[in-house]
Design a protein. Structure first.
Length: 277
């Protein structure tokens, strides 16, 4: 898994506020612990896209994809504790605290049609948030995740060897991070906390249904979330599911050939959100 590619957070991304110019003049939009802008604000945005990343990472890890999302949309990222600007915080967190924190900050933002876009663990978070707080979104885009979570997120005790195998299977983690004792310890603790959270969310989501317009994306060669199992979402959705499988593994969405395709799928979901009653 590409963990640690977001080691540092630029001042622009770490700033918890930005200025938006609209019909009523300029206003300061404040972001607290969970949410932060992933690019410069768009005046009079048509919709908001909330990016929720995978295990072990912060939203900066998905910036190569975010830059392809069209300009009319506001893009914010969700940062869990223990990474990026929340690096010094303990990464362990309960589903209730996680979902409640995100929901409170979303509710405090100016009202906009909102798409929750979650990759892997982020997909489970997006699903759970849409169920516990239906007003938080108008549409969902879930990438590389199943309704019941991935196989690796089944409840268990995670020792160092098991966590290392997960990293190797997912791919993308820089070798120098695992060779550095301090970074290795931090990375494994972060992954253990996120996989535990993923298991808890999988149990929470087990009997839940998706009530919002849903787009499901996956990688054809994904070893963690097999593409042939993505059809399970159709059995859990109350609306038609737009499902697409692209070449690549678990992090197919960061492959050069797929970034624009995925960004357009997210943008299409945002357009659906703007048309929702």
């Amino acid at each position: 898994m590409p963990i640690g590619s977001d080691r540092l957070c630029s001042d622009r991304l770490c700033d918890r506020t930005w200025r938006v110019t609209g019909f009523g003049g300029s206003r300061r939009v404040s972001y607290e612990a969970w949410l932060s802008p992933l690019r410069r604000p768009t005046p009079r945005p048509e919709a908001r896209i909330v990016v929720i990343p995978h295990s072990g990472a912060g939203p900066n890890a998905l910036l190569p994809l975010v830059k392809h999302i069209p300009a009319p949309f506001e893009v914010v990222g969700v940062t869990l504790p223990g990474r990026e600007r929340r690096f010094v915080e303990a990464p362990e967190i309960s589903p209730d605290d996680l979902l409640g924190g995100i929901a409170r900050e979303l509710a405090a933002l100016p009202s906009l049609p909102t798409v929750l876009f979650g990759h892997s663990l982020g997909g489970s978070i997006a699903f759970a948030l849409s169920v516990t707080d239906p007003g938080s979104c108008s549409a969902l885009v879930i990438s590389a995740q199943l309704p019941c979570g991935s196989q690796i997120e089944r409840p268990r005790e995670w020792d160092e060897d098991a966590l290392t195998r997960v990293l190797q299977r997912g791919g993308g983690t820089p070798a120098d991070m695992l060779n550095d004792p301090a970074w290795r310890d931090h990375t494994l603790r972060l992954l253990r906390a996120d996989l535990t959270l993923g298991g808890q969310l999988a149990l929470r989501n087990a009997q839940m249904r998706v009530a919002h317009p849903l787009t499901v994306l996956g990688g054809e060669q994904d070893l963690l979330v097999p593409a042939e199992r993505l059809g399970a979402w159709a059995e859990r959705a109350d609306t038609a599911v737009d499902s697409r499988v692209l070449p690549g593994g678990h992090f197919y969405l960061l492959d050069d050939a797929n970034r624009e395709v995925v960004a357009e799928a997210v943008a299409a979901s945002a357009r659906v959100a703007t048309a929702a009653p």
